[in-house]
Design a protein around this ligand. Structure first.
Ligand code: WT7
Length: 622
């Protein structure tokens, strides 16, 4: 147990924090009503929680709001008007832009004016496929301002992945860039968009932000440079912030599930706003003088909730860095922390492990004394990485907030508070107002210390409302195994002190470097290669990535296994799904273990690869 004393959080002492936790446990709905009252609403709610039709919970029904009003508009009338909202640094280290709340408002108005002129309005879907540059934030906020629904796709996904997601969301506009910088090289975003929307029945316009500057193809009718559009008179002036219902959709975000196509997680304005505001405030003790750095990309939920919306809702100063941690040298992040005086730093275990490998000398060259709090998210953090982060980066002074949550939950669900004693590797306790159960297969709570299925008991405001266009899959995936309770898809145990230890996924989702991938997606990309007849993908433990993909491939007649073919298949995955999905190993095999009904038994493949007992094989086909 690490119980180094942290000064009292700005919202109250350790005792007050625990009193608030107890009060929230006694009356979760009251807790959320009080938090919501800290924000501004155009019209008040009739009901805080409408639970008349579970699991389709609604929050703040009857209320009118807009998340952008609370992220930007309300700050313009107060002391934060000229405070920095965003500090951005380019990968090359010399590009640098800052935005106060005042100038962020100008940028968002401009973007909103432009997309409104293109016919985007309330309820319309817009796909955003941008690098980590300020325009990704402007684009998300511009959509929200108009009541349009954004669908951000991580700018590392391939054209095929774009096609699936753009078609499914029925986006009429795509906002992209000519390219993105990845370790000094250009990743050709615009070319990928061109390929991805070639046959799109819905996309009418593409806006292209100039970032990398190489020549790109521009379709005269469909494609528009953003800088040309903002030079037009229509871009000037204020664009009204739409008054939307609290339950109106804010965004959809695609994430991987156990089976089939990615799931479109749907979040709404009101509840998501209250949830991300509150969780960031209490977990990271946001203070006026903070410089908050969340290293996540806006293409993932962490970037949505804690790089874009959460910090702005709290009137904080967010830091955004275009590049990665090791380019050109492994001191890049530490250098930025020192130079910009970062106070609160939120990153992923895989990044910590990869930086740890380069040794202590890199961080030790920098003055990291501005840091006050650290955070971790994406997968369980192993105690060695936790200790290194704590000792070498936090100098033993900075508590680590290990936050467990999901694209679905929208906000932290299990996490410590800064004033509570920490256990390396444990994500602490359920957030205020939440209750967690660890159940066995039959739905009975397991004893302390035993592993079981992680289940959330209470509805909470930032929880997904449904899967876009698929209520049935929503109910089946999350609410059917234990009716009335939310099945997270993870296994966990609780210790005698009430601390939770998340172990990992229990389904066919693999966390690779914190990125969420489904075996089904990887397998379908594998079999799209002409040489591949059948394929199975599993995740195996990896020192840096947490898990790495191991693919088993049955070749079509006429193809022979070879090193070269394996390399070609790996490249195929990279191009047809994403570089993050590239298998580390490819094994050619004659046959895959299957059940008699033809389902691949990945469990058996995994046990074999790890040299473990293969378990019950009675259902194996032969
Ligand atoms: C899955 C959700 C939500 C932020 C990014 C990931 C794993 C996430 C932790 C943590 C142990 C964690 C779980 C979860 N996970 N954070 N602190 N400790 N596991 O969102 O891509 O929707 O993935 O990530 O397995 O179910 P996501």
């Amino acid at each position: 147990m690490d119980d180094a004393v942290y000064p009292d959080p700005s919202f109250g002492s350790a005792e007050e924090t625990e009193a608030l936790r107890a009060a929230a446990a006694a009356d979760p709905v009251g807790f959320w009503a009080d938090r919501a009252a800290e924000l501004e609403w155009f019209e008040p709610w009739d009901k805080v929680l409408d639970d008349s039709n579970p699991p389709f919970y609604k929050w703040f029904t009857g209320a009118k709001t807009n998340i952008v009003h609370n992220c930007i508009d309300r700050h313009l009338a107060g002391p934060y008007k000229n405070k920095l909202a965003l500090i951005w640094v380019g990968e090359n280290g010399t590009d640098y832009r800052t935005f106060s709340y005042f100038s962020l408002d100008r940028e968002v108005n401009q973007m909103a004016n432009v997309i409104k002129a293109m016919g985007v309005g309330k309820g319309d879907k817009v796909t955003i496929y941008l690098p980590r540059i300020p325009e990704v934030m402007f684009a998300m906020l511009a959509c929200a301002k108009l009541g349009a629904v954004h669908s951000v796709i991580f700018a590392g996904f391939s054209a095929d992945a774009l096609t699936d997601r753009i078609d499914d969301s029925e986006s009429k506009l795509v906002i992209t860039a000519d390219g993105s910088w990845v370790n000094g090289e250009i990743f050709p975003l615009k070319d990928i968009v061109d390929a991805g929307i070639r046959f799109s029945p819905t996309v009418e316009n593409v806006i292209v932000v100039k970032r990398t500057g190489q020549d790109v193809h521009m379709d005269a009718l469909r494609d528009h440079w953003y800088h040309d559009l903002t030079a037009l008179p229509i871009a000037n002036g204020k664009c009204a912030t739409e008054h939307v219902d609290a339950e109106d959709p804010l965004f959809i975000l695609y994430t991987s599930g156990s089976t089939g196509k990615p799931k479109a997680i749907l979040h709404t304005h009101g509840g998501y706003m209250v949830g991300t505001y509150t969780t960031l405030k209490y977990t990271f003790d946001i203070r006026d003088e903070d410089r908050w750095w969340c290293t996540a990309d806006p293409g993932w939920v962490t970037g949505h909730s804690y790089l874009v919306y959460g910090p702005l809702l709290n009137g904080a100063t967010a830091f955004m860095f275009e590049g990665g941690p090791t380019y050109p040298y492994p001191n890049r992040w530490w250098q930025l922390i020192e130079y910009y005086g970062i106070t609160t730093f939120y990153t992923a275990p895989t990044a910590i492990r990869s930086l740890m490998r380069f040794g202590d000398a890199w961080p030790n060259r920098h003055d990291l004394s501005s840091l006050r709090l650290l955070g971790s998210v994406g997968e369980p953090i192993n105690p060695e990485a936790w200790q290194w982060f704590h000792r070498v980066i936090g100098k033993g002074r900075c508590p680590i907030m290990d936050t467990w949550w999901q694209t679905e939950t929208g906000m932290f669900q299990i996490c410590p508070t800064p004033s509570m004693p920490l256990k390396p590797g444990s994500a602490g306790k359920p957030f205020f107002g939440q209750e967690v159960e660890i159940l066995d297969d039959a739905g009975q709570p397991v004893a302390d210390g035993e592993e079981g299925f992680l289940v959330l008991k209470n509805p909470q405001p930032a929880m997904l409302r449904t899967l876009y266009k698929d209520d049935e899959r929503y109910v089946n995936t999350y609410w059917s195994k234990y009716p009335g309770k939310y099945l997270a898809g993870d296994s966990a145990r609780r210790d005698a002190d009430g601390y939770l230890w998340v172990i990992g996924r229990t389904d066919d989702v693999i966390k690779v470097s914190g990125h969420r991938l489904g075996t089904a997606e990887v397998e379908s990309a594998l079999v799209s290669h002409p040489a591949v007849a059948e394929a199975a993908a599993i995740g195996l433990p990896h020192d840096v990535k947490g898990n790495a993909i191991h693919a088993y491939v049955v070749l079509r007649m006429g193809y022979e296994p070879s090193q070269q073919l394996a390399e070609e298949i790996r490249k195929h995955i990279s191009v047809h799904l994403s570089p993050i999905a590239k298998p580390d190993w490819i094994d050619f095999t004659e046959k895959l273990p299957k059940t008699r009904s033809g389902k691949i038994m990945r469990r058996v493949l995994k046990a074999r690869a790890l040299g473990q007992d293969e378990g019950d094989l009675t259902t194996l086909e032969d």
